[in-house]
Structures are given as structure tokens and as C-alpha cells.
Design a protein around this ligand. Structure first.
Ligand SMILES: [Zn+2]
Length: 483
């Protein structure tokens, strides 16, 4: 199966061809660990997880590398403002190292709650200072740098391809149209490789280097660590679309200046999650975390489903109505899967006939730049088709779920242990419905709801599950209630 992916470099769809047969090297920019990830950040990680799982679905062995930024990322991406870690430390009274550890753990907890596969390599910036110094030394030896005001800068005028990813206008670059904030720079688009004279008195993370005691600029970590773990030329680099004009542009300039060749073949970027009309951002103060959703009773996978409902290259507006709809759909999927499991436990059926057609549709839509909304629609059509046998549905749905990863394999029809009183109420309700006494039937439904038990009527009888936004873990059906 051939995947067509949208490459930000060149702005076109192209067939994915790996550098080494059967293998993919993939780098994803990780989080700056000075605060919790917001759900806009998490949308990017879900997107990258889908990229990885789609590649694995196609049979590739994926080496997935992700960094953790624990030094050098200023509040502005272009060297302006102050170090985010230092700021957070001052505001909370904790050390930068404590903050980094705390938010790194919190981030990976969210990551696994969303069923994102752990990267093959997770690398911390502070563990790779020497690699960054080595890379900067190469860039310096090749004549791409200058020192000013105590800092070492990358000179973009020495790199003619500067801005090719973001299609930055060359004239504008020469004129230096951006607001000047750093007096040491010859051109405002030049960027720091190493800060030796800190603008900030409270910087506590400092290392010795050939340019003096200091700390690295933000962009250099991704170049140094990706090349260390994936080589000087690798397949895919992903991240949020906000990284295109500055961070990824600067990563490319310094990496290709160092090696003199193409660094990455495919650039993939996930679009924003919007709050109202604005990008969700910590700086704008309009952000939600995953735990703020779970505190309201949502399952983390409701958010995963919500993300899959939009193509990764389209902006997605967050709303609780949208999240509610995702929750209802996801729970519906789990219930159907549980039902199918009740009818067949075979998962190794070879798809044939109509089931195979649905699987082919799914693969066509997956191959078309990872069109998740269409892929989800294929799953629903399969599950609703009454002509496809349960064993076939189960086998195909589980194959599809190796990409969605909504945990469909965990949907089970188990017996819910009800106490005698609840059983008696259910029986009374069944008799009331049979007698046409719907008033009493509704009363009993409310009594049970008050005890955390939700009753639904289906053609198979009364179905019972734990109420109010809980993951559907158990269902029981009282068989002979057919009115
Ligand atoms: Zn990066």
C-alpha cells in the first residue's frame, strides 16, 4: 500500500518513499516542559501518532524520536522574551529541574491516556548539550556564524535557501522587516546558536563552551538530537504548523549548513485547535488541559475521537458540544463492538466479500494523506451493515483500529453485577413496560440513574450500564423484554 502525504516543503501531495526500504526515521518536536500541555498541543501529538500508526499499518518499522525541551526556549520563538523554564521557576518557587521533571511526567501521562505510542527515543535537551556544542562548532567552522553582544548567531545571509520551507520572501528577509528586538543581530532573522551573555540574570542552567559559559539557543537542540538518533538525512519531520516560519525554518538552515545536503525528505504539520476564533495558546491564557476534560467526566479517548473527526490539515474549533458528540459516537462504537464480540470471539478471520470492500475503502482513504474522517466513516458503515457476519466485522474493525487506536479491542460484553434490589427494580420495570405502564417504567429508570445505573431499551431488551460519562465497561441485557 502506497501512502500519499502532504509535504509542507514544496506544498504538494507526494507518494511516500523511505530512504531505507521498510524503515522510517521520524522526528517530532516535543514539549517545552514549563507547564501542562494544552489540548491544542495534544492535538499535534495525536496527529503524529496517527502518522506513525499509518506507517506501521503499511508495514514500516518506524524509529520515532521526540525531544523534551528543558532549556533555552524563550517566551518568543525568535530569541525574544525570557527563558520559559526560568520564568516558571520564578513564579512557582521551584527549581527549573523540579519543574522539568514534574511537567515531563505530566506530559507523558497525557500521552499514554490518549493511547499515543511512546516514541522509540525520548531525548532531553539538557542531556545533549555536548552534541549541540559539537554541531555549532561545525557550523562555525563552515563560516555561517558571527559573535555579537556576547552571543553566537547564525548568519542567514550565508544560507541562500533560508526560508524555503515557509516560502519566506527573500526581499523581505534582506530588508529585515521583523521588529528588531536584539541589538546584536545583523539581520532580525538571524538567530542565536549559543547565548553566552544572558539577557536574564536568573538563568541557572549554564554550561561551558568554546564561546564562554552559557546555554544553547532553542532551535539547535532539534538539529543535534535528530541527527544523533536518525542520521544526517532522515525521512519525516513533524510538528505543529506554528513551527513552520521560525523554528523549523531555523532548524533547516543550521542542519543543512552543517552537512551541506538535504536534511529531511518530508515535512508534515498539524493545524491548530481553535478556541473561538483564536489559536489555543498558553500565552493567550485560553487553554484547556486533558485533566480539565477528565475532571468533567470525559474519557481521554473522547478527545482522541474528537481529533480524528477533522483532517489534520484543517483547523478544528474546540467546543464542549463537539466533544459531547465525539463522546456519544465513541461510546456508540464501543457498544457495537461489545455486541459484535458477544456474537463472535474470532478476531483472525480473513476479510472477504463486503468486509474486504470496506477495508479497501479504509486503506484508500488512509493512503490519501491520512483522511481520518473518511476512515472513521468507513468503520461506521462496516459496523452498520447487517449483511456482514460478526466475525468479519470484528476482524476488519480491529485492523482499522490499529490506526485509530480507540481501544476497540477492549470493548467487552461482561456481566454487570447488580445487587438484589437493582435486579428487582429492573424486573419490575420490565413488567411495567409489558403492561404499558410507561410512567412507572420511567420512574424506575430515574431511581436506577440515581444509583449510577443507566438503563436503555433496545430490541434485545433492557441494557444496563454505569451512568454519566463513564467509559462503557460493562453491559447486561435482560433478554426476554421485547415489547
Ligand atoms: Zn524542534
Amino acid at each position: 500500500m502506497e501512502l500519499k502525504l502532504f509535504n509542507t516543503m514544496g506544498r504538494q501531495l507526494s507518494t511516500f518513499v523511505p530512504i531505507r526500504e521498510g524503515k522510517v526515521g521520524m522526528y517530532a518536536c516535543g514539549l517545552t516542559v514549563y507547564n501542562y500541555a494544552h489540548i491544542g498541543n495534544l492535538r499535534s501529538y495525536v496527529f503524529e501518532d496517527i502518522v506513525r500508526k499509518a506507517l506501521e499499518y503499511c508495514g514500516y518499522q518506524v524509529r520515532h524520536v521526540m525531544n523534551v525541551t528543558d532549556v533555552g526556549h524563550l517566551t518568543g520563538d525568535a530569541d525574544e522574551g525570557e527563558d520559559k523554564m526560568v520564568k516558571s521557576s520564578r513564579e512557582t518557587g521551584r527549581t527549573v529541574w523540579e519543574i522539568a521533571e514534574f511537567y515531563t511526567k505530566a506530559f507523558f501521562r497525557d500521552f499514554s491516556l490518549l493511547r499515543c505510542s511512546m516514541p522509540t527515543v525520548v531525548c532531553k535537551a539538557t542531556d545533549h548539550i555536548q552534541d549541540m556544542i559539537d554541531l555549532i562548532s561545525i557550523i562555525e567552522a563552515k563560516g555561517f556564524t558571527y559573535s555579537a553582544g556576547g552571543n553566537l548567531y547564525f548568519d542567514i545571509s550565508r544560507f541562500p535557501d533560508y526560508g524555503k520551507l515557509a516560502l519566506l520572501d527573500q526581499q523581505e528577509l534582506r530588508a529585515g522587516a521583523r521588529v528588531e528586538v536584539d541589538q546584536g543581530k545583523r539581520n532580525p532573522f538571524d538567530f542565536a546558536l549559543w547565548f553566552t551573555r544572558s539577557k536574564f540574570e536568573h538563568q541557572v542552567m549554564l554550561w561551558d563552551s568554546p564561546w564562554g559559559r552559557g546555554y544553547p539557543g532553542w532551535h539547535i537542540e532539534c538539529s543535534a538530537m535528530s541527527m544523533k538518533y536518525l542520521g544526517e538525512h532522515f525521512d519525516i519531520h513533524c510538528g505543529g504548523i506554528d513551527h513552520v516560519p521560525v523554528h523549523h525554518t531555523n532548524e533547516i538552515a543550521q542542519s543543512e549548513a552543517a552537512t551541506g545536503r538535504t536534511w529531511v525528505n518530508y515535512w508534515m504539520h498539524g493545524e491548530f485547535l481553535l478556541m473561538g476564533h483564536d489559536k489555543m495558546a498558553k500565552s493567550a491564557g485560553n487553554f484547556l488541559t486533558l485533566s480539565s476534560l477528565t475532571d468533567k467526566g470525559y474519557d481521554p479517548l473522547d478527545f482522541r475521537y474528537f481529533c480524528l473527526g477533522a483532517h489534520y490539515r484543517t483547523q478544528l474549533a474546540f467546543s464542549f458540544e463537539g466533544l459531547d458528540a465525539a463522546r456519544t459516537s465513541r461510546q456508540g462504537l464501543m457498544e457495537r463492538m461489545a455486541q459484535i464480540r458477544g456474537e463472535s470471539s474470532q478476531t483472525d478471520e480473513q476479510p472477504a466479500g463486503k468486509a474486504l470492500e470496506y477495508l479497501n475503502d479504509f486503506e484508500t482513504h488512509l493512503a490519501d494523506d491520512l483522511n481520518m474522517p473518511r476512515c472513521l466513516a468507513d468503520l461506521w458503515t462496516l459496523l452498520r451493515d447487517t449483511e456482514v457476519p460478526a466475525a468479519q466485522k470484528l476482524a476488519v474493525a480491529l485492523r482499522m483500529d490499529s490506526v485509530f487506536d480507540l481501544g476497540l479491542g477492549h470493548a467487552k460484553e461482561e456481566q454487570l453485577t447488580l445487587d438484589d434490589e437493582a435486579k428487582a427494580l429492573l424486573e419490575e420495570r420490565r413488567m411495567a413496560r409489558r403492561a404499558g405502564n410507561f410512567k412507572r417504567s420511567d420512574e424506575i429508570r430515574n431511581i436506577l440513574r440515581g444509583r449510577g445505573i443507566e438503563v436503555q431499551d433496545s430490541p434485545q431488551g433492557q441494557k444496563v450500564r454505569f451512568a454519566a460519562g463513564q467509559r462503557m465497561e460493562k453491559t447486561v441485557t435482560s433478554e426476554d423484554d421485547r415489547c
